[in-house]
Design a protein. Structure first.
Length: 428
């Protein structure tokens, strides 16, 4: 854009010559430049406004080092980049280029600002600068440019400068938007790259037979955690995976929650809240509690594959799960699954005697047995199934007669809980 500045000087010099009889010039002063001090000396008349404007911009372009000094002072005073990996030399390198780009665009709206906006926006995104801090820094450029233009203008040029205010604002807004666009584009690319890197490391974690300490450190670094930090892992069947991911979408994007498709299940996992009063559960994603699945603790990064494998087994054993459950809540159906796996048909055989009852009577007996096992009280069971205490006692006797299980004896009652919570066992 040096041509724009040379053209500005030439046109300003011509205007000065035309106005020489009115104002004159001081011997030795370059054409188109103020004779003394910092103010422009070109007369502001309708015929030479453009020349005077370009002359001011050319003069300001030569004062860029001064603008940079003022910019550095402002950035430091406002602590815009405090605590960020943006060093003093980096700012001092990019500031002159940014000022030059702005002035070129103000002088010639067709000037290309995209390259500088792209470099600046992408660079600050890579350095982790917040977008609002970057935007404020770019707007400081405008404040300084506008202030210096008014300082350089002669009294006759004050109106000229004021008349270009909207033009300067449009140039700045266009430049700010271009920088912001480049910043957001680079930020999105970095996020994609980070996610891809994390996904690669998680695939290695969940599929390798065993990882070395160095490999575990690499996985943890990709996740932004320490290897020993405890996690909670929620496992979902494919039928519920989409709903779980929808609820966790924002947390997944922000990196607070991680996901991995482990064989035929979906796993979401996050750092466990280790505060004394936190307990275990879904404090990270409360709405996730309504999605059928199983929640499993993991002692660290290396324990996540074990937790996922456990989740898969538990989901297979508890197809009727109604919400996100912890493993201790599912002990009965898990025990029934293990019993039937070790000795197929055992569950059906132990409950087969109930088949002798009429359907309506069997449903009432099972409902009463479950109520009693839930409460341990004849009175409370009677209230749950809306009948008299003696009816409860009679139905428990019928249950014993057809299964051989006395629900007043702890061991037999425990077996009854397992049998009645067996997968596929209908509930009345």
């Amino acid at each position: 854009m040096r041509d724009a500045w040379d053209k500005g000087r030439a046109r300003a010099a011509a205007a000065a010559a035309a106005a020489g009889t009115n104002r004159g010039t001081t011997a030795g002063a370059p054409p188109g430049r103020p004779a003394a001090g910092r103010r422009g000396e070109t007369a502001a008349t309708p015929g030479n406004d453009d020349a005077a404007w370009l002359g001011l911009l050319a003069l300001l372009h030569e004062n860029i080092p001064s603008l940079v000094d003022d910019f550095m002072d402002e950035v430091q005073a406002r602590s815009l980049y405090a605590g960020l990996p943006v060093d003093h030399d980096d700012i001092r390198r990019t500031a002159p280029q940014s000022f030059a780009t702005l002035l070129s665009s103000i002088a010639d709206p067709s000037a290309d600002t995209a390259a500088m906006a792209q470099r600046l926006g992408a660079r600050r995104a890579q350095q982790g600068v917040p977008l609002d801090a970057l935007t404020e820094a770019v707007r400081i450029d405008l404040q300084l440019v506008w202030r210096q233009l008014n300082l350089l203008a002669s009294p006759e040029q004050v109106g000229l400068v004021a008349s270009r205010f909207e033009h300067v604002m449009r140039v700045l807004d266009s430049y700010v938007l271009a920088v912001q666009k480049a910043f957001l584009s680079e930020q999105a690319a970095l996020a994609r790259d980070a996610r891809l890197g994390t996904e690669r490391e998680l695939a290695h974690l969940f599929n390798a037979p065993a990882l070395s300490e160095a490999e575990l450190e690499r996985v943890a670094a990709a996740m932004g955690v320490a290897t020993h930090e405890p996690f909670e892992l929620a496992a979902f069947s494919n039928a519920n995976a989409a709903e779980a991911r929808r609820i966790a979408e924002d947390a997944l994007v922000s990196g607070r929650v991680f996901s991995y498709a482990f064989r035929d299940i979906e796993c979401l996992f996050w750092l466990r809240d280790t505060r004394p009063d936190a307990g275990r559960g879904t404090r990270t994603l409360p709405l996730l509690g309504a999605v059928p699945g199983v929640l499993i603790p993991a002692s660290g990064v290396s324990d996540l594959p074990r937790a996922a494998a456990t989740g898969r087994v538990v989901l297979e054993a508890t197809p009727g799960i109604d919400r996100l459950r912890q493993v201790p809540e599912l002990w009965a159906p898990l025990a029934a699954h293990a019993l039937d796996s070790a000795a197929p048909g055992t569950v059906s055989e132990l409950l087969s005697g109930l088949g002798d009852l009429e359907d309506y009577e069997r449903e009432r007996v099972l409902a009463t047995a479950r109520a009693y096992l839930e409460t341990g009280s004849v009175k409370s069971a009677a209230e749950l199934v809306f009948c008299h205490r003696n009816t409860v006692i009679n139905r428990l006797a019928v249950f014993k007669a057809h299964t051989g299980l006395d629900l007043n004896l702890p061991r037999q009652a425990a077996l009854a809980v397992v049998l009645l919570d067996a997968p596929g066992r209908p509930r009345p």
